[in-house]
Design a protein around this ligand. Structure first.
Ligand code: ADP
Ligand code: MG
Length: 393
């Protein structure tokens, strides 16, 4: 059996016309001799009637409500989507069975809202596939050993697709969305961004981890673990898309640019370098606050946090009477490319480009595949476009 996992995002199932296109992609795979497993997200995007955010907005106080119940609520979006899509297949004469994440065998821990997948029991899926029935699996969800519904974190339908692809030893995992593939930058920010034809798992993981929404980083990890090729394609076009595998490789120095919005930079000053200032990091860890772009000097520490943690961190810093400076609304730009390893002058070129465009750099960092620059959020579009041009992407 040649199994193919095909995941369709929210915009791909948003209208009846698009659901017809989804069916066409699946039927095309069947005609090529594949046994497809379909994974769907909730219909539409923020603001649409059955989108995850809309469902969440029905609950007033998310902090006091039970996380278990919120997960149950969020799971409804994908259930609606899968059932509506199954009707389109039925009309075309194809047999489908809709499965929740749990029914499809995805067993998770009970960390509601961001559950971790423990095991995948594939027997139900295999049974359906061997009868030539198309399983339509609700993305973004799993089930605990006790039968509670859980969700896998935002963008989690990609994770469902990838984990099933790995567990079923699929020929490939296709992620269908509203763009022609992984691009050199978000086309909403850089209108002339180009599709990257081939890319390797680790580069795309960096892209995803550093804010490119097009694929979930955990999905890349699962595909990589199983060495299953991952393809990003457009439901609404016949473009070839992006092939992600262990071999994909890019000749350019920089493969692409992405960013993480809503970062807050915190600088803390110490008068006496004898102070045990690790206390601060212990406190942040105790409060579950993750930090990055960390630079430590004897009298000075600087790092960034997610903007949603700003208030809590401010509370901790005031409570402990730290001398600090906080800059809200920052954006962490990442220039990614395995080609930068050991090449001198890349950082210099980035800094010069930003300076020439009058963009103030608040902080930088680098690894062997990525260079980060922290800028003010209002400079994001200008910075990404300038770098995209400078590196001839
Ligand atoms: P879906 O609902 O199909 O999962 P997402 O909104 O999660 O779709 O992801 C697709 C979107 O990701 C695109 O519409 C695009 O704006 C955005 N995106 C961000 N960075 C990139 C990139 N480098 N390449 C392609 N798309 C990107
Ligand atoms: Mg997505």
């Amino acid at each position: 059996m040649k199994i193919l996992v095909q995941k369709f995002g929210g915009t791909s199932v948003a209208t009846q016309q698009r659901r017809e296109m989804v069916c066409d992609k699946v039927i095309e795979a069947i005609n090529k001799g594949y046994n497809p497993v379909v994974v769907v997200s909730a219909i539409g995007r923020k603001g649409d009637p059955y989108a995850t955010d809309t469902l969440l907005s029905l609950i007033e106080n998310k902090s006091t409500s039970n996380k278990r119940e919120i997960d149950l609520l969020m799971c409804c979006g994908e259930i609606i989507s899968a059932v509506v899509l199954s009707e389109t297949f039925l009309k075309k004469g194809y047999k489908t069975v809709v499965l929740t994440g749990g029914q499809a065998g995805i067993i998770t821990d009970n960390n509601f809202g961001n559950a971790e997948i423990k095991t995948v029991k594939t027997s139900k899926l295999i049974e359906l596939l061997s009868k030539n029935i198309i399983p339509i699996v609700t993305g973004f969800q799993g089930m605990t050993e006790n039968g509670d519904f859980t969700t896998l974190g935002r963008g989690g339908s990609d994770v469902t697709g990838a984990v099933l692809g790995d567990a079923l030893k699929a020929e490939a995992i296709e992620i269908y969305t509203d763009v022609d593939g992984i691009m050199t930058a978000d086309p909403r920010i850089v209108p002339d961004a180009k599709v990257i034809e081939k890319i390797n798992y680790s580069e795309v993981f960096q892209f995803a981890d550093q804010g490119a929404k097009v694929i979930h980083p955990r999905a890349v990890e699962y595909a990589m673990r199983g060495n299953v090729p991952l393809l990003i394609k457009n439901t609404m076009s016949n473009a070839k898309g992006t092939v992600i595998s262990s071999e994909g490789y890019n000749k350019k120095l920089i493969t692409g640019i992405t960013h993480m919005p809503n970062r807050t930079q915190i600088s803390i000053f110490f008068e006496d370098d004898e102070i045990d200032n690790n206390e601060l990091f212990d406190l942040l860890a105790d409060y579950g606050i993750s930090i990055d772009l960390i630079n430590i000097f004897p009298n000075y520490k600087v790092f960034t946090i997610d903007g949603s943690d700003s208030e809590r961190v401010k509370y901790i810093l005031d409570l402990k009477k730290f001398n600090y400076k906080m800059i809200n609304n920052c954006s962490k730009i990442a220039a990614i490319g395995s080609g930068i390893r050991g090449v001198p002058g890349v950082m210099a070129k980035i800094l010069k480009t930003l300076k020439d465009n009058e963009i103030k750099v608040l902080q930088t960092a680098d690894s062997h595949t990525t260079i980060w620059c922290l800028v003010k959020e209002e400079d994001t579009v200008k910075a990404i476009n300038a770098l995209h041009k400078a590196f001839e992407l």
